[in-house]
Each structure stands twice: as structure tokens, then as C-alpha cells.
Design a binder for this molecule. Structure first.
Ligand SMILES: *Cc1c(COP(=O)(O)O)cnc(C)c1O
Length: 403
């Protein structure tokens, strides 16, 4: 490397990363950023000319490529083109945006909804708009990076409670001044571990300490509840969460993020959140696709049943082979490997036998908890899942992860 200043902190950071990646690539351990050449139905992809079983997708209900959703997107392009006239506040709002927000509000049993162009931006802007200097925000230790970044950006006092430890949360709430604004924020289903929050306890604590509750439903929409509407349905607690955040890029096969909440909160966000005011509107095709996808979920409940069966098969099978799948109860299935290198080697074994699965290593997860982060979807056939488990099992034996 030859930068103008060869040893400042930036140069060292870049070099450390470059070296790590070079090491992985030269040892055939690097499987990130691989281009998919073709989607072959929900459960398979073509990568490097090979047909691979997809076990790293967030398309939990297998909706990518759904004919109704594709058709809605194409119609929107014909009607509106591919872009908008700018930001929503000025000339960027299309009727399809308002339709989408109404669909989301209905789906989430809420008064209103607002959309943004990414889930990441949604968390950043919503948390930092609601909370500010002098306020207190309480966040689960393993919350998604976008939540952490939103909390930091808000300038509020940032308190992190041990993962799902409600006693710890209560202690922190108790210690905060009584008269300041407070917000508790957490994933509904944790994106690396697949476990589910204790919503009833959280709601109770928020009431007791007068705190707002914001929940990120990136991995619970289409996954939890018989109708797939998410965490409130799962606990039969409609109306319990103040701010229901979600993404349009996972079960919903589009891109973007949203918040569903009471009308006044949405009006406030529409006129105060910077990612809405200073960033262009969702493109018509993506808004229309998302709008149709929420309807497909309600029209095709069999997909949720399939997902639940497949999840049970996958977790049960891996556990019976002796893998530690941590506390997952959902379609996100961590296969614990331990050290980063073991996770990379497990990935290589699986990928060489056409199972597309990826590792999550430090610092994304705690050191020593590196894992394959496998996902299963409604699109998989039981026989395909069986085959993938066989391959992961053989890799685990070879590398000493299981006996
Ligand atoms: C993926 C994810 C996001 C970000 O959503 P994008 O739409 O991909 O930007 C936010 N929160 C959680 C928990 C996620 O898993």
C-alpha cells in the first residue's frame, strides 16, 4: 500500500482489514460478497456456475420472485417510471407510497405508518429524532447495529442491558432520573441468535417506569404469529408497542424500512425525521412490490405453516447431531463454531458441497461465539433441508465441532 501518509491511524486500519481479507482469500476461507448469477426458485441459487441450496436468505416466506409481487412492480414501472421527483416532503410522494403506508398500518394493526428507503436508515433516523440530549435510551446488548448507531447518534444517555436480562433492564430504568424521557429499544427476534424477546415483561417495565417502547421487527414479520403479522400477534398483545419498526428487505422482498405507530407519532416523524425529509422517496417498483407482499402474506398463510415446519426440522436435526444452536426458536439458526477460523472452515466445507451458508464472526458477535448463521425458509423442501444438514454435520465432524 502506498498512501500519502503511510502510518497514520487510518492507514493502519485499512492495512489490518486488507491483511485479514488477504489471509482468508489465500486460504480459500473467504465467501462474502459472492455474486448470485441466477435465482432458481426460493431455495436455490446459481453461484460460480453451480447450483447451490440457499441457507443464508432472509426471504423467510420465499416471496422473492412471487408472480403477484413481480407483476405489481412491473405495473408500477409502467405507470410511474423508475424514480421519483425527489424527497417525499416535496415532489417525491406518489399514490403508491400512501397506499403502501396504509397497507402497513393495517397489517400492523396501527393507526398509521411511515416508510424510509432502508431499514438501517429507519433506525438511525427514528431513534435520533425521538430521543435527544438528556434523554435515556435502553438497548439490549445484542441489538442490531442500526439500533446501536441510532442510539449513539441521538446523543441521549445510552444504557445497554444484558441480552434479554429484564432484571438488569429494570435496574437501569430505576437508576435513571424519574423526570427524563426514556425509551427501551430491542429486536423482536435477534438477528444473530434467532431468539425472541420477552415482550410482556418489557411492556410491564415500560409502563412502570414511563418509558417508550420501540421494537425492531426485521425478523418477526412473516415469521411470528399465525398470520405472520409479528411479535404483537405472537403474544396476543396488539397495541402494546409504541413504535413498531420493520424492514421491507427481508420477508418483504423489496427494500426500505417503516415505522407503524399512532397517527401523531407518524405525523411528527414525517415532519422531523431527517432520512424522510432529506433523502429521496422509495422507487415506485419497490413501493408497489412491498405493498403487494404484505397482501400475499395474508392471502397465503400456508407459507407460515411451511416455515414453522421447516424451522422445526432444521433446528431439531442440527441439535440431534450435537450442534449448539443457542436459544433460537425461529428461522435464524446459529450453528455455534467457537473461534472465527472454525466458522470460516465450516463455511468452506459447506460451500464446496453446494450449501450456501455464511459465517458470522467477531466483532459482529462476541469473540468465541463465531458461528454459521444459517436460515431456513418456506421455500425449502424437507429433503433439501435433510441434505444440507448432512453436509453441515459431516463438516462439523471433520472439524471437531461435533463428535
Ligand atoms: C436487516 C436489519 C435491519 C436493517 O434493515 P435493511 O432494510 O436491510 O437496511 C435493521 N434491523 C434488524 C434487526 C435487521 O436485521
Amino acid at each position: 500500500m502506498d498512501f500519502h501518509n503511510t502510518n497514520d491511524a487510518v492507514t493502519r486500519r485499512i492495512k489490518a482489514m486488507t491483511d485479514r481479507i488477504h489471509y482468508l482469500k489465500t486460504n480459500d476461507l473467504y465467501f462474502y460478497n459472492q455474486p448470485v448469477e441466477e435465482m432458481m426458485g426460493g431455495a436455490k441459487v446459481r453461484v460460480r456456475g453451480r447450483e447451490m441450496g440457499m441457507y443464508a436468505s432472509y426471504s423467510y416466506l420465499g416471496l422473492v420472485g412471487h408472480p403477484r409481487i413481480n407483476e405489481a412492480a412491473k405495473k408500477a414501472v409502467d405507470k410511474f417510471g423508475t424514480g421519483t421527483n425527489g424527497v417525499r416532503t416535496l415532489a417525491g410522494t406518489l399514490t403508491i407510497h400512501n397506499e403502501l403506508e396504509e397497507t402497513i398500518a393495517n397489517f400492523k394493526h396501527e393507526e398509521a405508518a411511515i416508510t424510509y428507503t432502508s431499514g438501517y436508515a429507519t433506525n438511525l433516523t427514528v431513534i435520533s429524532t425521538m430521543m435527544g440530549r438528556g434523554d435515556y435510551v435502553f438497548s439490549d446488548k445484542i441489538n442490531h447495529a442500526s439500533i446501536v448507531d441510532g442510539c449513539l447518534m441521538s446523543g441521549a444517555e445510552f444504557r445497554r442491558f444484558r441480552h434479554k436480562d429484564m432484571e438488569h433492564l429494570e435496574g437501569l430504568l430505576k437508576n435513571a432520573p424519574a423526570d427524563v424521557a426514556k425509551m427501551v429499544v430491542a429486536d423482536s427476534v435477534f438477528s444473530m441468535d434467532g431468539d425472541i424477546i420477552d415482550l410482556p415483561k418489557m411492556v410491564e417495565l415500560c409502563k412502570k417506569y414511563n418509558a417508550w417502547l420501540m421494537i425492531d421487527e426485521a425478523h418477526s414479520v412473516g415469521v411470528l404469529g399465525e398470520k405472520g403479522t409479528g411479535i404483537e400477534e405472537y403474544y396476543n398483545m396488539y397495541g402494546a408497542i409504541d413504535i413498531k419498526m420493520g424492514t421491507l428487505s427481508k420477508t418483504i422482498p423489496s427494500v426500505g424500512g417503516y415505522v407503524a405507530a399512532k397517527e401523531d407519532i407518524i405525523t411528527y416523524l414525517r415532519h422531523a425525521s431527517r432520512a424522510y425529509i432529506f433523502s429521496a422517496a422509495l422507487p415506485p417498483a419497490q413501493a408497489a412490490a412491498a405493498n403487494e407482499a404484505f397482501k400475499v402474506i395474508l392471502d397465503e398463510p400456508w407459507r407460515i405453516e411451511r416455515l414453522n415446519e421447516n424451522t422445526k426440522q432444521f433446528i431439531g436435526g442440527l441439535k440431534s447431531m450435537g450442534f449448539d444452536t443457542m436459544l433460537t426458536e425461529t428461522a435464524i439458526v446459529p450453528v455455534l463454531c467457537g473461534q472465527d477460523n472454525v466458522a470460516f472452515e465450516m463455511t468452506r466445507e459447506a460451500q464446496h458441497r453446494d450449501v450456501f451458508v455464511l459465517p458470522v464472526v467477531s466483532p459482529a458477535v462476541q469473540e468465541g461465539l463465531a458461528r454459521l448463521r444459517a436460515t431456513v425458509t418456506a421455500a425449502h423442501e424437507p429433503s433439501e433441508i435433510e441434505r444440507a444438514m448432512d453436509i453441515i454435520g459431516e463438516a462439523g465432524k471433520k472439524l471437531g465441532v461435533i463428535k
